[in-house]
Design a protein. Structure first.
Length: 281
């Protein structure tokens, strides 16, 4: 009887200890601290449909610059690659995904702006992109003004094409399709003369194996797009940890390596790594 009582008491103490440990692990995960992530998974929001940025491959793996950045940051927060669960976060749902707690943070060509900062906090920026033009390699279009009288493609609902018309080519003929893949196919076939959106996105598409060498970036800088990592509003601890990870990624050359591997085939002339907390207007 005495042995049973001791065993039961020990079991109770052990159960309490395990419960306390589990609570401590949750606290670690929420703050991003700890060297192993507490053995838990971390959910990170990315794009699934942007080659070179965030793409879900046919075999279920993921590739792209944002994926590389997210993986590096997660490791610095204590999570190995097999502890990461990538979650598709479409542009219209990014703020809601963070507010609901669907993901810990979002790395998805997420430009920092004042309106978004009212709803989420941002780490970074980690890339300064610009709106640019993509044309065929043998195209005579060397500047935006050359698009007057030419056909320009962008995605329906995007302001990119109108931006070109307003700023540099008022007589360009706009053609809006449902996605960038469709625009790229139209550019390849010759039914449009140029495609416009962020240069990083254009470089990602042009760098695909099936398109290598066929397209080039013109080099226009029609806007500044400061890509940041979105974090739930008020989670300052995670923002600080991510910023530290981004600084390390730049200093150990992993950042430039990721740029070269994901955008290099399109001869993407990237800006230097931006300084943390400095948003270029």
């Amino acid at each position: 009887m005495k042995l049973r009582k001791v065993t039961a008491a020990s079991a109770a103490v052990l159960a309490l200890a395990l419960t306390a440990t589990a609570c401590g692990s949750d606290d670690k995960d929420d703050s991003g601290s700890g060297s192993s992530g507490g053995g838990e998974k971390i959910k990170i929001g990315i794009k699934y449909d942007q080659p070179g940025i965030g793409l879900k491959e046919p075999d279920g793996s993921f590739s792209g610059f944002d994926v590389d950045v997210a993986t590096y940051v997660a490791k610095e927060l204590g999570y190995e690659a097999n502890q990461i669960e990538f979650v598709e976060t479409k542009s219209a749902d990014r703020e809601n995904a963070l507010a609901r707690g669907d993901v810990k943070f979002i790395v998805a060509s997420y430009s920092i702006n004042d309106e978004r900062k009212k709803k989420v906090d941002f780490a970074g920026p980690y890339l300064l992109a610009h709106q640019d033009l993509l044309v065929k390699t043998d195209s005579k279009i060397s500047k935006g003004a050359d698009l007057n009288g030419k056909n320009l493609c962008s995605v329906a609902g995007s302001t990119s094409a109108q931006n070109v018309r307003d700023k540099i080519a008022p007589k360009a003929n706009l053609r809006q399709l449902s996605g960038y893949s469709e625009c790229l196919a139209a550019l390849q076939s010759g039914s449009v003369d140029a495609l416009t959106t962020d240069d990083s996105i254009l470089a990602g598409y042009a760098a695909q194996d099936k398109y290598k060498g066929q397209f080039k970036l013109v080099g226009e800088k029609l806007s500044n797009e400061n890509y940041g990592i979105g974090v739930k509003k008020g989670d300052t601890a995670t923002v600080n940890k991510i910023n530290a990870a981004l600084e390390k990624m730049v200093s150990d050359k992993s950042w430039q390596k990721a740029v070269d591997e994901n955008f290099g085939p399109a001869n993407y002339k990237n800006e230097p790594a931006p300084k943390i907390g400095v948003v270029v207007k």
